[in-house]
Design a binder for this molecule. Sequence first.
Ligand code: HEC
Length: 125
Amino acid sequence: MAAGLKASGLLLLCVFALVACDDGSVSDQQDEGVAQPAVVDQPGKQIYQKWCISCHLNGVSSAPRLARPEDWTERLQRGRSGLIQSTIQGLGAMPPRGLCRSCSDEELAQAVDYMLGTLPEKPPG
Ligand code: HEC
């Protein structure tokens, strides 16, 4: 009897969990739908999402995050070309070319431009 009650309680929990998961996946799909058109305008976005996002999304080893001006304040003084240079050569915990050995300098510059485009302030040069 007691075991039966426990089992039905578990079953209820599972049902709730399923409902919660369903909600999550539905809104995820909607987000993707909205973001889609921007990819065409921003070639750097695809490179960012393939190669750079793993560290730069959550700031792994203090990698500067997108749309977080406070992560970039000092870095912006290096200027756009300085930031691209850091990416090509590697900097601190960031490996050369941000791990994308097949990316051209131009593609890395596009990825940096995409990242900088999420900030309110632009670097000099
Ligand atoms: C393995 C993790 C990792 C990957 C992958 C990675 N980065 Fe980074 N990135 C970092 C870290 C950590 C820093 C901060 C380095 C420091 O200041 O010591 C950084 C810093 C930067 C900076 C600032 C450089 C500066 O001069 O301050 C830029 C721009 C940048 N990354 C661009 C990119 C781009 C573009 C890619 C993808 C092509 C990429 N990163 C991939 C970890 C990563």
